[in-house]
Write a new protein. Sequence first.
Length: 180
Amino acid sequence: MTHEGRDVTEVTALPCTVITLDVENKLKQQCYIAMIYLNWLVLAGGLVYFLVKGLDGLAVTWVVVLPLAMWGYIRVFPSISQAMGYGKIEDRPARTNQKATADVTLYTALGCPFCPVVKQRLAALSESMGFRLKEIDVTLKPGMLGAKGIRAVPVVEAGGKQLSGNATSEELAQFILGNA
């Protein structure tokens, strides 16, 4: 089957859980919003638990160490992504000198390791192609998620069309030029 122009297979891992794999049986390079919310729920739940139990020292440690661990994970993710089943985080440079006057919006979420990668690629493309780039963090905007139909990030929107997941600079440039 094809999904967003790519050949994929869908595997049901648990009831109501669909994991999208590409033809090479790698996980799709995107972060599901539900999993990002789960990470933040674990952080809040741990904090409440430690405070209720009167373990204030552990609560402070939890609030400091867990976000630092998430930050570290995002920083090292490109080098460990293959071992985690996502495949390599590779880039193919855009081979275009065309200018694009489109408005491009990048939807991101706090805790997604793919979002900074796509953001960096779009920033470089914005300089060379001349389009306007706007970033919207949807972490605390569930209404926007529903209205836009966003279930996973990063999402790049141009010309009313969306590209979901990690994409190379070449794929991003083609998408933007095709939807400008």
